[in-house]
Write a protein that binds this ligand. Structure first.
Ligand SMILES: [Zn+2]
Ligand SMILES: [Zn+2]
Length: 397
C-alpha cells in the first residue's frame, strides 16, 4: 500500500479546505482513505483493506482483499459478500490498532451490525457515521450510540426539515390494521420494502395472529442471517416454495418494490399494495407508483435526529455526505460548525436486485430508501406547494 496514492483525493482535499484533516482522511476516487492506516472506509472499488459500516449495497462492494466489520454484522456481511471473503469481525466498543491508527466500531442503529467507525490518531478523533437512525425502538439491531469526536462525518439521506418520523409503533399499527382489512376483504397485502434491514424490522412489528407471512426470495437470506444472530422474528414462508396455485388471500407478502408490475406478481389474485419507506413522507414518493398505501418508516435519522446526533458528538467539524447535503451543510454553517460536503458515490441499493458494473457512477440516487418507480398513468394529482420532490434519477430496488 503506497501512502498518498490518490492525487485526485489530495486535489479534492485542497479544494474543500480539508487540509486540517488530510493527514488522517482524504476523499479519493475510491472513497474515504486513511493514509497512515492504509485502509479505506466503505470504498466503492476493490481495495486492499476496507472498513465497512454495514452491508447495504452502496457501502459494501465485493472484491477487496480484506474487510473489517462489526461482530454483530458478520453474518449479514457474509450473506452478502460470501463466506470466502477475508474478514475481521470486531465487537462494538473494542479497539484494534492498525499502523498507529486506533479503530473502534460503535452501533449506528441502522440495520443489524451497522457501525460507526471511530478513528483515533495522534490525539485527534474522527467518526464516520455510515447510515444511522437515532431512536431506539427498533429491536432488530443495537441502538445508535453517540460518540464524542473532533470530526464527525454524517450521512444526510433525509436532511430536510420536512422529514420527521412518527413513533415506530404507530406505523406498525397502521400496517397491521391495513393487513387486517385486506384479509377481511379476501385480498393479499403486498408490502414493498428493502430486503435487508427494512424487511426484518417490519417482520418484528407484524402481528402473526392476522395471517401467514410470506417473503420474496430477496428477503429470505437476510432474514435467516438475522435469526442466526438471535433476532426474534415471526415465522415466515418463502413464496418460491409455495405450492402450485396457492391461494395467498389473507396473507401478507413482503417483497422488494422492483417486483411491482413484474410477472412475479401474477400468482397473487386480489392485491392491495403498500410501501414502507421514508420517501412515503412526501406525496411525490407515492405518486410515482400507484400504491394503495404508503407507510413512513425509515432506517435513517430524520431531520431532528441528524441535528441531535451531530450535537451529541461534540464535534466542531462536520462533513456531510449521502443525501440532502447542501441543506444540512447550510444549517450547520449557520449554527457555527465548520461544515463541508464530501464526495460520495451514490449507487443505491438497487444493486441488490440489478447489479451495476463495478465503478459505474450514478449520482443522486437514494440509498436503501429506494424510491418507487414512476408510472406513466395518472397525471391527475398535482404537486403540493413547497413539497420537495424525491431525488431524481432514482430507481427501484
Ligand atoms: Zn444503509
Ligand atoms: Zn447508505
Amino acid at each position: 500500500m503506497v501512502l498518498w496514492e490518490c492525487p485526485a483525493g489530495l486535489e479534492f482535499a485542497y479544494k474543500c479546505g480539508m487540509e486540517n484533516w488530510n493527514d488522517l482522511l482524504v476523499s479519493t476516487s475510491s472513497g474515504l482513505y486513511c493514509p497512515p492506516g492504509g485502509f479505506y472506509l466503505d470504498p466503492w472499488n476493490p481495495v486492499s483493506r476496507a472498513i465497512i459500516t454495514h452491508a447495504h449495497g452502496d457501502h459494501l462492494r465485493a472484491g477487496s482483499d480484506h474487510y473489517l466489520v462489526s461482530r454483530e454484522g458478520l453474518g449479514v456481511f457474509q450473506s452478502r459478500a460470501g463466506l470466502e471473503a477475508a474478514v475481521t469481525a470486531l465487537p462494538y466498543g473494542e479497539s484494534i490498532e492498525h499502523n498507529g491508527v486506533k479503530i473502534t466500531l460503535f452501533p449506528a442503529g441502522h440495520i443489524l451490525g451497522s457501525a460507526q467507525v471511530r478513528l483515533e490518531y495522534q490525539g485527534r478523533i474522527a467518526v464516520l457515521s455510515g447510515d444511522y437512525k437515532t431512536f431506539d425502538s427498533d429491536t432488530t439491531c443495537t441502538p445508535f450510540e453517540p460518540v464524542r469526536c473532533h470530526l464527525f462525518i454524517t450521512e444526510s439521506t433525509f436532511g430536510l426539515p420536512i422529514y420527521q418520523w412518527e413513533p415506530q409503533q404507530r406505523i406498525f399499527d397502521q400496517i397491521n390494521a391495513w393487513w387486517r382489512s385486506c384479509r377481511d376483504q379476501g385480498q393479499t397485502a403486498m408490502l414493498f420494502a428493502y430486503s435487508l434491514g427494512k424487511t426484518q424490522r417490519l417482520l418484528s412489528g407484524l402481528d402473526p395472529s392476522i395471517g401467514p407471512i410470506w417473503l420474496h426470495g430477496a428477503g429470505v437470506g437476510p432474514t435467516e442471517a438475522y435469526r442466526r444472530e438471535g433476532i426474534l422474528l415471526p415465522p415466515t414462508k418463502a413464496v418460491a416454495e409455495s405450492p402450485a396455485k396457492h391461494d395467498f388471500s389473507g396473507a401478507i407478502v413482503i417483497a422488494p418494490p422492483s417486483v411491482d408490475n413484474s410477472p412475479w406478481m401474477n400468482r397473487f389474485k386480489e392485491v392491495s399494495t403498500g410501501f414502507a419507506s421514508g420517501w412515503m413522507r412526501i406525496r411525490g414518493g407515492r405518486r410515482r407508483q400507484s400504491l394503495d398505501r404508503g407507510f413512513v418508516l425509515s432506517d435513517h435519522a430524520d431531520w431532528p435526529g441528524l441535528h441531535e446526533a451531530i450535537a451529541a458528538t461534540g464535534a466542531s467539524t462536520i462533513w456531510v455526505t449521502h443525501g440532502s447535503v447542501p441543506t444540512l451543510v447550510r444549517h450547520l454553517l449557520e449554527k457555527g460548525y465548520e461544515a463541508r460536503p464530501i464526495k460520495t458515490q451514490f449507487v443505491g441499493d438497487r444493486l441488490e436486485e440489478t447489479p451495476l458494473p463495478q465503478g459505474e457512477e450514478t449520482p443522486s440516487v437514494p440509498s436503501e430508501e429506494a424510491l418507487p418507480k414512476e408510472k406513466k398513468s395518472s397525471g391527475r394529482r398535482g404537486k403540493a406547494k413547497n413539497e420537495p420532490e424525491p431525488p431524481t434519477g432514482a430507481s427501484e430496488s
